[in-house]
Design a binder for this molecule. Structure first.
Ligand SMILES: Nc1nc2c(ncn2[C@@H]2O[C@H](COP(=O)(O)OP(=O)(O)OP(=O)(O)O)[C@@H](O)[C@H]2O)c(=O)[nH]1
Length: 595
């Protein structure tokens, strides 16, 4: 019965205790025995466990009895990291309520606020929950004050808990039953369900995790995905659980469940799409569908050139389980054959690169990440650029558009000056500046390209690690942008080209060639490193020749020593790419992140 169902999510800043609380709630509902309670059931990907982050959303269906009534609690986990914000918003759209977890020793942070905005857009009932009250430095009242101030949420009713010891968790479950509204779908209407997660299972094929809004999904029914238009019969249905999924014949209105369609890829079941009955379809899909779009692109090149097909196979395998990765072959004069690969963000890129190296035993060179640019050409054609070297010559370009994000930053008062300076340097435009106690909440629009570089590291170092940061994409804006090329010994190195704002091109060009000079070792001849825009050279550094002096120290006498030195030089060369006559080490391809 819908009136006894509660669908809720947990919103928290990283490390405020979301996974610990999820595990505790599962345990409290008897969903898992003590013996089965290995550390953090909800985070089950290896990299998630190692890094303590949640990447894929997990969900669980639990039973709970209160005053003789039986309730179904559906805990819908959301990925914590900004790279996965589309999945966050889909998960939240599947709930009626959200627990807003704040660490009582820390307070409200940027990610808390960014996710609360998404929850408010979805009209969720928000329950303020203060965690870690077992710690001596806990200050729950100050933290609740911050929640009221920063978010404007009434905190008269709140829960104080320790997810670690279990203190207050039973009361919290009762608050969820009391305060989170029951779903209110039409049980007699045509099937309407939202796919809010999908993944690939080696035995069952592609699985879709859905929330049913109207009608129901039955075993044997033929379903249609309204956006991808794929139709398929339901082979089986399950309720989600981290260790023991239960089979069911039907997923009813208001419930969540796993649909097995026997599809061999994830292509047909995109997150955000609406499932309906093929014969008796619902009129309108659930709105807001957009395919997960890669925002950051980089070239991935195998260091050993004969590993190109291995890399293709590995990317194909990863894509089975993560339809947000995109890749297509590209060739670089500097690096040979590789793939231009699209990611949701920087963390996603790191995780994928690490999995390729670890699970598929590949050694890769990654070029510096870049965002996608839209270019309107003079002839009216609109093209999308994933690689700066593809930018047309200036006389063909009418205008260039670059993606922007809305950034939320929380910083202690004393570092405010540093942060504003950094944001200005990164072309940020201020939207909001509010004091919350001794901290300042900043909201800025900022070009995404400025934050895919090492913005987060710079923010951390300029605030001694005290700032927190989150962002969400907000679309494209026109920019006054130019392509900056790097010439090594006179030749343009395509893999080093970047797109820069015109008014900062000279300073960035100078910093770039300076960083490269430090990374390119001395060669037998003098090497000029130049930055140019079109045919104009705007900066130059020179890597001095080491001449023949490498062996000069040996006074020509000691042959073994001389040979050793030469061998050392040769070994050094292996980890480099020869560009013309110049050996360029792989770090140089990331040098742009240093400027
Ligand atoms: N003392 C204490 N520690 C807690 C409590 N809740 C969580 N922790 C600890 O805080 C750390 C972070 O907890 P997690 O549950 O991994 O945090 P999270 O919010 O899930 O983090 P992400 O998955 O990275 O977003 C872990 O070391 C937990 O053991 C609590 O109530 N008291």
């Amino acid at each position: 019965m819908q009136k006894n169902i509660r669908n809720f999510s947990i919103i928290a800043h990283i490390d405020h205790g979301k996974s610990t609380l999820a595990d505790r709630i599962i345990q409290e509902c008897g969903g898992i025995s003590d013996r089965e309670m290995t550390s953090q059931v909800m985070d089950n990907m290896d990299i998630e466990k190692e890094r303590g982050i949640t990447i894929k959303a997990q969900s669980v269906r639990l039973d709970y009895s209160l005053n003789g009534e039986k309730y179904v609690l559906n805990l819908i986990d959301t990925p914590g990291h900004v790279d996965f914000s589309y999945e966050v918003s889909r998960s939240l759209a599947s709930s009626e309520g959200a627990l807003l977890i704040v660490d009582s020793t820390q307070g409200v942070e940027a990610q808390t606020i960014a996710n609360v905005y998404i929850a408010m857009d979805n009209d969720l009932e928000l329950l303020p929950v203060v965690n870690k009250i077992d710690l001596p430095s806990a200050d729950p009242m100050r933290v609740l004050g911050e929640v009221e101030e920063a978010i404007g949420l009434d905190c008269t009713e709140h829960n104080l808990i320790s997810a670690k010891t279990g203190l207050g968790v039973k009361d919290l479950i009762e608050s969820i039953i009391k305060r989170v509204p029951a779903p209110i779908g039409d049980e007699t209407a045509a099937t309407k369900a939202l796919i809010y997660d999908s993944w690939f299972d080696n035995y069952l094929g592609a699985l879709a995790l859905v929330r049913v809004y109207d009608g129901s999904i039955k075993k044997g029914q033929t379903l249609r995905m309204m956006n991808t238009k794929v139709e398929h019969q339901v082979l089986s249905l399950m309720y989600p659980h981290p260790i023991k999924r239960a089979d069911t014949m039907e997923i009813k209105t208001g419930e969540i469940g796993i649909v097995v369609l026997g599809l061999k890829t994830l292509d047909g079941i995109a997150v955000g799409d609406t499932m309906t009955d093929a014969k008796n379809p619902t009129k309108e899909p659930i709105d807001g569908f957009e395919p997960a779009k890669p925002f950051v692109f980089a070239g991935l090149y195998p260091i050993e050139t004969d590993k190109f097909e291995d890399l293709r196979e590995a990317l194909n395998k990863l894509k089975l389980n993560d339809s947000s990765i995109s890749f297509e072959p590209e060739s670089s004069m500097a690096l040979g054959s590789g793939f231009r690969t699209g990611f949701l963000g920087m963390l996603h890129m790191e995780v994928i690169k690490e999995r390729l190296e670890r699970e598929f035993d590949l050694d890769l060179i990654a070029t510096a990440p870049t965002v996608v640019y839209e270019v309107l050409k003079k002839d009216g054609e609109k093209i999308v650029i994933q690689n700066p070297s593809e930018l047309p010559e200036p006389n063909y370009i009418e205008s260039i558009f670059e993606p922007y994000v809305k950034a939320t930053i929380l910083v202690p008062d004393e570092f405010l000056g540093n942060v504003i300076k950094l944001l200005n340097d990164k072309r940020g435009v201020q939207l909001k500046m509010d004091y919350i106690g001794a901290r300042v909440l900043l909201e800025y629009n900022i070009p995404m390209n400025e934050i895919v570089m090492d913005f987060y590291d710079k923010l951390k170092s300029t605030t001694k690690g005290y700032a927190s940061f989150d962002y969400e994409p907000i679309g494209f804006k026109e920019g006054n942008l130019k392509k900056l090329d790097v010439r090594v010994a006179g030749d343009i190195v395509d893999a080093l080209s970047i797109i820069v704002p015109e008014d900062k091109s000279v300073s960035r060009g100078r910093e770039f060639v300076k960083a490269l000079k430090e990374l390119i070792p001395r060669q037998l001849f003098e090497v000029a490193i130049q930055a140019s825009i079109g045919n104009t050279i705007i900066a130059r550094e020179t890597v001095k020749s080491m001449g023949k002096n490498v062996t000069a120290k040996c006074y020509g006498g000691d042959i073994t020593r001389k040979r050793k030195l030469l061998e050392k030089q040769k070994a050094g060369k292996k980890r480099m790419k020869a560009i013309g006559k110049v050996n360029v080490p792989q770090e140089a391809f990331m040098a742009v992140l240093k400027i």
